[in-house]
Design a protein around this ligand. Structure first.
Ligand code: MG
Length: 196
């Protein structure tokens, strides 16, 4: 079950993992982008942690507030993507004070399609969609979430980017993990850990 407290804990854990991996995210984005992903994600999740001391009546209310906060604080391409993910997941959690695995999966599927729609991207373009969509497509409660996510992140390394700033690097975009794929896996791991 994911409770409101559990969701808050997941976001706090995501923040500390992002902080711990800030330089790696920055280096990856420097290789195939503009080098701001670590800093942007760090700023966004620090702002999220700051709103967690407030009271929320439902998971939906919290998810919406998280999304609005990320949208205004992350900046770059990732801000609207992660922001809309949490905002669009919120209606699934609307009246819920806790969510079982099936409901969490439904909310994450909404988040995934929000990212796809906002980014106008498909699987195989070396973006965070390459984590979200395959991860959710056949997700079971019994899965080893971390191993599955690690595998999907690793798979972006050999891909050629055809979307976003990384696409300007053409063939040279191969050989670097997509930074958005990595930050996505950090967030998904943190949430699913609290559902278990
Ligand atoms: Mg960037």
């Amino acid at each position: 079950m994911l409770t409101i407290e559990g969701f808050k804990q997941a976001l706090r854990n995501a923040q500390s993992e992002i902080e711990a991996n800030k330089d790696i995210l920055t280096d990856l984005d420097r290789a195939i982008g503009d080098g701001d992903h670590g800093i942007n994600m760090s700023r966004g999740f620090e702002a999220v942690v700051a709103i967690l001391d407030d009271d929320y009546a439902t998971l939906g209310e919290l998810s919406k507030k998280v999304g609005m906060t990320l949208m205004s604080k992350i900046g770059g391409a990732a801000g609207p993507l992660y922001g809309s993910a949490f905002v669009k997941a919120a209606p699934k959690f609307e009246n819920a004070i806790e969510a079982d695995f099936a409901l969490v999966k439904e909310a994450l599927a909404e988040a995934s399609s929000a990212i796809k729609n906002r980014g106008k991207s498909e699987v195989g373009q070396k973006t965070m969609v390459d984590v979200w969509e395959p991860f959710l497509s056949d997700l079971q409660a019994s899965d080893n979430f971390d191993a599955k996510l690690d595998e999907l992140v690793k798979a972006t390394e050999d891909m050629r980017a055809t979307k976003g700033r990384a696409s300007y690097f053409g063939e040279n975009s191969r050989g670097t993990i997509d930074p958005g794929a990595m930050s996505s896996s950090i967030i998904l791991k943190a949430i699913l850990k609290e559902v278990e």
